[in-house]
Design a protein around this ligand. Structure first.
Ligand SMILES: *[C@@H]1O[C@H](CO)[C@@H](O)[C@H](O)[C@H]1NC(C)=O
Ligand SMILES: *[C@@H]1O[C@H](CO)[C@@H](O)[C@H](O)[C@H]1NC(C)=O
Ligand SMILES: *[C@@H]1O[C@H](CO)[C@@H](O)[C@H](O)[C@H]1NC(C)=O
Ligand SMILES: *[C@@H]1O[C@H](CO)[C@@H](O)[C@H](O)[C@H]1NC(C)=O
Ligand SMILES: *[C@@H]1O[C@H](CO)[C@@H](O)[C@H](O)[C@H]1NC(C)=O
Length: 191
């Protein structure tokens, strides 16, 4: 019993250490690196970025754990709201190729018109100067995106999310707990 408990405590503390170190010591494919990062308050997610003041853009990597059969998303709400509706988002998932998915990881860019959005792949409410990309490694998706920060402002209302894919479609995320707290005013200057 005591041994079991100790095992649980060890597991817990190593999981905590992994989270703290995830942000600063995260590594990325294709030689990418980012100057700053924030461990986001919910969904085990982190945001990594490099801000370029000269042209008001930020290179961003959003990473969140999720099963390979699910999706994750990150985006910016250009207002007037701060939540999901009205946000311009990047959604990563595996292409649902035949039975059971397993295709490449693709990125959908879409403006969420409401809380039941059409998810049409299109342009966002800010410039995206380079095509976004995503990868799935170690049980987490990472979305790579370059964004022209709306209004050339380093303070933005950001949103993120994770949910299931069913029948080949991005489906509704859980509607309680952490999934309803995944918004944050992000400071791209200081973090
Ligand atoms: C994380 O990176 C810092 C420097 O970037 C290094 O000092 C530290 O030892 C690293 N931690 C781990 C657990 O690798
Ligand atoms: C913005 O500036 C950075 C750094 O100077 C540069 O690497 C990047 O290509 C520029 N982006 C655009 C869209 O001009
Ligand atoms: C964005 O703001 C910075 C100063 O904060 C300025 O140097 C830069 O020229 C602006 N860029 C654009 C594209 O407006
Ligand atoms: C399905 O998978 C095949 C082989 O991996 C790939 O060539 C094709 O582009 C995929 N189709 C879609 C719609 O993802
Ligand atoms: C959305 O459109 C872009 C550009 O045409 C494409 O590269 C991307 O794969 C599309 N995403 C999905 C999920 O179809």
């Amino acid at each position: 019993m005591a041994l079991l408990l100790l095992g649980a405590v060890l597991l817990l503390s190593s999981a905590t250490a992994a989270t703290a170190q995830d942000c600063a010591n995260a590594t990325f494919q294709a030689g990418r690196s980012f100057r700053r990062c924030n461990a986001l308050p919910v969904l085990g997610a982190s945001l990594h970025w490099t801000y370029h003041p000269a042209n008001g853009t930020a290179d961003v990597a959003f990473r969140a754990p999720q099963g390979s059969g699910g999706w994750v998303a990150w985006g910016i709400n250009t207002g007037p709201g701060t939540g999901m509706a009205g946000s311009s988002v990047f959604i990563a998932s595996h292409s649902q190729n035949g039975t059971g998915g397993g295709g490449a990881v693709s990125v959908l860019t879409t403006v969420l018109e409401s809380t039941s959005p059409s998810l049409r792949n299109g342009s966002l409410k800010f410039d995206v100067p380079a095509p976004p990309a995503a990868e799935y490694t170690g049980g987490a998706y990472t979305i790579y995106a370059t964004v022209a920060l709306p209004g050339n402002s380093t303070l933005q209302n950001t949103v993120w999310q994770a949910g299931p894919v069913s029948g080949g479609s991005i489906s509704m995320h859980p509607t309680s707990g952490p999934n309803l707290r995944s918004t944050m005013r992000q400071d791209f200057l200081s973090g």
